[in-house]
Design a binder for this molecule. Structure first.
Ligand SMILES: CC(C)(COP(=O)(O)OP(=O)(O)OC[C@H]1O[C@@H](n2cnc3c(N)ncnc32)[C@H](O)[C@@H]1OP(=O)(O)O)[C@@H](O)C(=O)NCCC(=O)NCCS
Length: 170
């Protein structure tokens, strides 16, 4: 398998992860997001078949987005003199594994690759966290991969803001 950065001339074959929004984003929107510098997409390919894809963009975790009790989970990671109202992050904007490759550890392997690649490319612009707006059905997948919930179901019935602290890799 090969990880490829989506470019304007990438061939996009059929992709089905069981979620219409995620399927359509890849085929209809991903190149436009690249062109307008909104998000970069990456494809995991097995010959011509798209096994999985994800996209990345800059983000921050800010005090306004989460409750006081949840914000404490972030703040306690910094010393007193570094207590700010937001901290830089990279967001996983989309993350999907094709139905035919599900449950084979490909999602977790790809997540480890994202963490390691970000961790070893953090010398230019700094970021501390990886964030994701997880589908509620995928929360257990992200928890299995070391992510922590930052919002509750009452705040958003569709997705849960979760984070991974890249300092965990050091
Ligand atoms: C969630 C998803 C990325 C997981 O990918 P994967 O390659 O199947 O994941 P892995 O094999 O590495 O891990 C599977 C684990 O995730 C958990 N999981 C959570 N949601 C799951 C789902 N919808 N399908 C399969 N596993 C899921 C399982 O409990 C499993 O744990 P286990 O190995 O202890 O049984 C994939 O199922 C997917 O693309 N789903 C549809 C799109 C989606 O929900 N994307 C996330 C958007 S935020």
């Amino acid at each position: 398998m090969q990880l490829i950065r989506l470019s304007s001339d990438s061939e996009l074959s059929h992709f089905d992860c069981g979620d219409e929004d995620l399927n359509n984003f890849l085929i209809e929107d991903a190149k436009g997001f690249l062109d307008k510098r909104i998000a970069n997409s990456f494809l995991l390919k097995d010959e011509d078949c798209i096994v999985a894809y994800f996209c990345l963009l800059n983000d921050k975790i800010s005090k306004q987005e989460v409750s006081n009790s949840q914000w404490k989970k972030i703040r306690k990671r910094f010393p007193n003199e570094k207590k700010f109202s937001s901290y830089p992050a990279i967001k996983i904007g989309r993350f999907a594994v094709s139905n035919s490759y599900r449950g084979k550890n490909i999602g977790s392997m790809l997540m480890n690759l994202i963490k390691d690649t970000l961790n070893s490319n953090a010398n230019y612009s700094a970021f501390r966290f990886i964030t994701v707006d997880a589908y509620l059905s995928a929360i257990s997948f992200y928890e299995k991969n070391g992510f922590i919930k930052l919002t509750q179901k009452e705040e958003n019935p569709h997705t849960c803001l979760m984070f991974f602290d890249l300092m965990e890799l050091q």
